[in-house]
Structure formats: structure tokens, C-alpha cells
Write a new protein. Structure first.
Length: 59
């Protein structure tokens, strides 16, 4: 499981980056979500890694 936190605003970035952040379920700054560690989620994280902080959590 991964804890994904939005640490930087999407203002000023490309619309695709904003859509990727929204698809991860993040709406507000410093909001965190817990997602399962799948290749699809990892790919989304890699696309917008400059906006996120990711930590592994034990289930």
C-alpha cells in the first residue's frame, strides 16, 4: 500500500498533470490517499512525481 500526498499545487502545470492528480483522488494541497501498489498507480505517480510525496505503509 502507498500513501500519496499532494505537496505542491497543480496551478501553472499542464492540464494532463492536473487530470492525473485528480485521477489519483487528490483534490486539496496536503491531502493524502492510500492506494494499492500496482503498476498503473506507479505509472501515474511517476508522471507527476514533482507534485507528490509517496510513502509505503504496511497494511
Amino acid at each position: 500500500m502507498l500513501e500519496i500526498t499532494l505537496v505542491k499545487s497543480t496551478i501553472g502545470y499542464k492540464p494532463k498533470a492536473k487530470l492525473t492528480v485528480a485521477a489519483l483522488g487528490l483534490k486539496k494541497l496536503n491531502q493524502s490517499v492510500i492506494k494499492s501498489d500496482t503498476p498503473q498507480i506507479r505509472g501515474m505517480i511517476n508522471k507527476v512525481n514533482y507534485l507528490l510525496k509517496v510513502t509505503e505503509v504496511k497494511k
